[in-house]
Design a protein around this ligand. Structure first.
Ligand SMILES: Nc1nc2c(ncn2[C@@H]2O[C@H](COP(=O)(O)OP(=O)(O)OP(=O)(O)O)[C@@H](O)[C@H]2O)c(=O)[nH]1
Ligand SMILES: [Mg+2]
Length: 178
């Protein structure tokens, strides 16, 4: 199996949108309630993308207001990012542009994937998929995906799509749009 160079991914977005739970599901394949992230939490794993093993470092950024000033520092050196909002809380979607402003000096927008988390919430949904897609296009983001860590849906897709995008723009695999 080919081994590609290690990648650093940032997971950012408002407090409580489900970032740590998403990462926990990716690593442990189970839905576990998480405590508020204080500062930043760093995880690492090996991830198989299209038959290539990639060493991945994931920076899980605490979303509370008090940690926000540190985001540019955490974004520095990251190869790509998931920018997460909560499908059940419209204001977390409204604040996506603020998060983007903090990150984009260090991470090009075409390496940032917009994520609508908690897609299992049914009628409590407060953000329309079309609106999220429009926002992603407006800011030239890498795309929009929905996830549910509770049901384990879209989680692998989110991380593997982001890694593919990062590898493509860094020319480590041939361009093949996802
Ligand atoms: N229904 C539903 N709830 C979820 C899902 N993922 C996370 N949650 C809930 O959302 C809450 C916050 O999840 P966290 O993962 O701690 O959120 P966070 O974005 O890491 O928050 P900060 O660390 O404060 O930035 C918890 O109560 C979770 O149980 C999901 O897929 N579906
Ligand atoms: Mg967290």
């Amino acid at each position: 199996m080919a081994e590609l160079s290690g990648k650093i991914l940032l997971v950012a977005g408002e407090g409580g949108v489900g970032k740590s739970t998403l990462i926990r599901y990716l690593l442990d394949r189970s839905y576990q309630p998480q405590k508020i992230t204080v500062g930043v939490n760093v995880e690492s794993c090996k991830y198989d993308v299209d038959g290539s093993d990639i060493q991945v470092t994931i920076k899980d950024a605490g979303g509370e207001e008090r940690f926000r000033f540190m985001l540019p520092m955490w974004a520095k050196g990251a190869d790509g990012a998931l920018l997460v909002f909560d499908l059940g809380r419209f204001h977390t979607f409204l604040h996506v542009t603020e998060w983007l402003a903090l990150m984009q000096e260090h991470i090009p927008t075409d390496r940032i994937l917009l994520i609508g988390a908690k897609s299992d919430i049914g009628i409590r949904r407060d953000v329309d998929a079309m609106e999220a897609e429009k926002l992603s296009e407006k800011h030239n983001l890498a795309g929009y995906l929905e996830t549910s860590a509770k049901l384990g849906e879209g989680v692998d897709e989110a991380f593997s799509n982001l890694l593919r995008i990062v590898l493509e723009v860094q020319s480590e695999i041939p361009i093949n749009k996802v």
